[in-house]
Ligand binder design. Structure first.
Ligand SMILES: CC(=O)N[C@H]1[C@@H](OP(=O)(O)OP(=O)(O)OC[C@H]2O[C@@H](n3ccc(=O)[nH]c3=O)[C@H](O)[C@@H]2O)O[C@H](CO)[C@@H](O)[C@@H]1O[C@H](C)C(=O)N[C@@H](C)C(=O)N[C@H](CCC(=O)N[C@@H](CCC[C@@H](N)C(=O)O)C(=O)O)C(=O)O
Ligand SMILES: Nc1ncnc2c1ncn2[C@@H]1O[C@H](COP(=O)(O)OP(=O)(O)OP(=O)(O)O)[C@@H](O)[C@H]1O
Ligand SMILES: C[C@@H](N)C(=O)N[C@H](C)C(=O)O
Length: 453
């Protein structure tokens, strides 16, 4: 795209001799910037404006500049805007309207990334599909996802995260989805909401930009969603285990490698997903509902689900260096997700022992001690041989486990003793053992995973 077009999109004027400068990508970070980029200095803990010269040195051909920052005389194109983040989002909106793909927006307390990957796998059987990469799901990540799609993209599957009211409203109006998906309502980020009711209110914001002829696909087993969708103007389709769902799973069977199920809409067909956990069946049902809306043949959908690959560190089996198998679920954590994956992990057959490593679950507010303690109900000493806890909030869980596990089975480490946790964990693990890792992003259990691989 040329700067003349970018200026038009941003409704600003630029010098005539900049107009034909061609931009081949957009970047907010000099550490990942590619030559030919438009640099967008964002303001976080540091101010991105301090990195403009570095951006140009790394090959950027132009930069935005926020008007409230002191002017600097640079000899390269600088496009002045009122707010660089707002400009990033405005540019993304312009580009999305220009490419004009069908848009599926996915949110929910848990399952966003997995469901996004499943939907993309199903739709890729028939369309040129682009999807959110990694976890780029917020006010910065969504516009960056949009600006990275190719001109021939037919369908965009975009993940939307939030932890405050108003964020999904903004993102939904930015992308104007054809289909909105709400996977479930848990307790993620409840610190900023207080109740699951309010989390459900915030999640429903994803319908604020939904096209009039659009569809909301949601978890019909969640009463908080059912009661909020009755007033929706758009069509709805439900998925879940209860009988009144449009897409209902039955005969769910999970083993250590995959989960099988049937769907009442297609009783003759067996479906599988290459992941453990009954919750992934619900993610698959949401994806099937979207594929069915696009009239993808059901056998094509089943094949796509059976060998799709999920973004790393979501219920992912990885071989350990001592012959153990690691179930990595380290990207993030919250109570509903942690209990579900603990229960799934406890059912996985093994000739060795099962070990769990649990990090703090952050952003749970005043309910944090009770929510951490509640994980004890999913940790059965008959199934789990050893427990390693990392953080401060997990102390409430440790207090519940002390009368179920002996001192050499239950270990507690604070955040700056992860090295000791790794050493003790390595001492304990033997070939054929299974070890599960789960904790909030901020606990960085990926460091433990890296040490075990
Ligand atoms: C603000 C920012 O861009 N931060 C990114 C930056 O982190 P860093 O700590 O370096 O930023 P600073 O604020 O210190 O620097 C300011 C800017 O200067 C740039 N810069 C800095 C140093 C340098 O050498 N060169 C530079 O150009 C810098 O890039 C800043 O722009 O860099 C990190 C590494 O690249 C980025 O990870 C960081 O990006 C932030 C975290 C971000 O939001 N990135 C999005 C693309 C994104 O989607 N990240 C997701 C995580 C999203 C998330 O947390 N989702 C939540 C739900 C949504 C919450 C909602 N409240 C919201 O955040 O909107 C979830 O629960 O899933 C990801 O990568 O996982
Ligand atoms: N439908 C679901 N219900 C409950 N828990 C789920 C569900 N799907 C996934 N999980 C759990 O949540 C973890 C994260 O899955 P995923 O990354 O798909 O969710 P997410 O919503 O993108 O998470 P985050 O917001 O933390 O990025 C999984 O590894 C699993 O433990
Ligand atoms: C970034 C924020 N929304 C988030 O995901 N926080 C989790 C709990 C974390 O960073 O650990």
């Amino acid at each position: 795209m040329q700067l003349a077009e970018i200026a038009k999109a941003l409704k600003i004027t630029i010098k005539e001799d900049w107009e034909n400068v061609t931009v081949t990508s957009v970047s907010f970070d000099t550490r990942t910037l590619r030559p030919g980029a438009l640099f967008i200095p964002l303001i976080g803990e540091k101010d991105g404006h301090h990195f403009v010269e570095q951006a140009i040195a790394n090959g950027a051909v132009a930069t935005l500049w926020q008007a409230d920052h002191q002017k600097t005389t640079f000899s390269f194109p600088m496009l002045e805007v009122n707010n660089t983040l707002a400009a990033l989002q405005k540019l993304a909106k312009y580009y999305l309207n220009k490419i004009n793909p069908r848009v599926i927006a996915v949110t929910g307390s848990n399952g966003k990334t997995t469901t996004k990957d499943m939907i993309a796998a199903i739709l890729a059987t028939s369309f040129n599909v682009k999807k959110t990469q990694e976890n780029f799901n917020n006010q910065i990540g969504v516009p960056m996802t949009i600006l990275n799609i190719e001109p021939n993209t037919e369908v965009l599957v975009v993940e939307m995260g939030m932890d405050h009211f108003g964020e999904l409203d903004h993102l939904s109006r930015l992308v104007s989805p054809d289909i909105a998906v709400i996977t479930m309502i848990g307790e993620a980020h409840i610190e900023f909401f207080g109740t699951r009711d309010k989390i459900a209110d915030a999640k429903m914001e994803i319908t604020h930009g939904l096209k009039e002829d659009g569809v909301l696909v949601y978890n019909g087993d969640e009463p908080l969603l059912r009661e909020r969708t009755s007033r929706l103007l758009q069509e709805t389709r439900t998925f879940g285990g209860a009988q009144d769902n449009d897409y209902r799973a039955i005969n769910v069977v999970s083993n250590e490698k995959q989960t099988g199920f049937r769907v009442t809409k297609w009783p003759e067909l067996n479906f599988t997903v290459p992941m453990i956990g009954s919750y992934n069946v619900k993610n698959a049902l949401a994806a099937l509902a979207v594929g069915d809306y696009f009239q993808i043949p059901v056998k094509k959908m089943a094949a796509a689900l059976s060998n799709f690959s999920v973004t790393a560190n979501r219920t992912q089996w990885i071989a350990g260096s001592q012959g153990e198998m690691i179930l990595s679920d380290v990207y993030n954590s919250n109570p509903t997700a942690a209990k579900l994956v603990l229960r799934a992990f406890s059912q996985v057959p093994t000739a060795g022992k099962r070990v769990v490593v649990l990090g703090d679950m952050l952003e749970l507010g005043s309910a944090s001690p009770q929510l951490h303690a509640s994980l004890a109900q999913a940790i059965d000493p008959q199934k789990i041989a050893e427990v390693f806890l990392c953080g401060t909030q997990v102390k409430a869980l440790a207090a519940k486990l002390v009368n179920k596990f002996s001192n050499d089975q239950l270990h507690l480490y604070d955040l700056n003793h992860q090295a000791q946790l790794i050493a003790d964990l390595k001492d304990s693990l033997k070939a054929q053992d299974l070890v599960m890792l789960k904790g909030s992003h901020g606990i960085h259990l990926e460091n433990v995973l890296a040490a075990l691989k």
